[in-house]
Write a protein that binds this ligand. Structure first.
Ligand code: FES
Length: 124
């Protein structure tokens, strides 16, 4: 089991649980099978959508940069996630909108450490 006081993704210490820059423990990686997705909630910041695509984990803000809709229920084909509100698609690897260079969803680092899915939020 990892030390709860240290972020397993880096040598940086994790901050308090309410800090948006803290590493987030998102549960056992084995519980999120390929094709699965889940929301990770954090205090004072946007929820993070975590997706398993072909065994790789991706994490991005659960907010569409077009008009703020939740993207959690959007359909996904390959690495393209469609916003359910108006249909814009985003590459989950980069967060980049495929139709507009000006729209991008913030992505976060996702890693499996000791079988645990760890998210390190990237803040603006
Ligand atoms: S809110 Fe996502 S495409 Fe409009």
């Amino acid at each position: 089991m990892s030390d709860a006081s240290t972020c397993p993704l880096s040598s940086l210490p994790s901050s308090s649980p309410s800090s948006p820059s803290s590493c987030l423990r998102a549960g056992r990686a084995a519980d999120l099978a390929p094709g699965g997705r889940k929301l990770v909630f954090r205090e004072g910041a946007e929820a993070i959508l975590v997706m398993n695509i072909d065994g790789r984990f991706y994490a991005l803000d659960n907010s569409c940069p077009h008009a703020g809709a939740s993207i959690a229920s959007g359909s996904c084909e390959g690495h393209s996630l469609s916003c359910p509100a108006h249909g814009l698609t985003f590459d989950v690897r980069s967060g980049q909108c495929t139709a507009s260079p000006n729209l991008r969803i913030r992505t976060h680092d996702a890693q499996v450490t000791d079988g645990e899915l760890i998210i390190r939020p990237n803040e603006p």
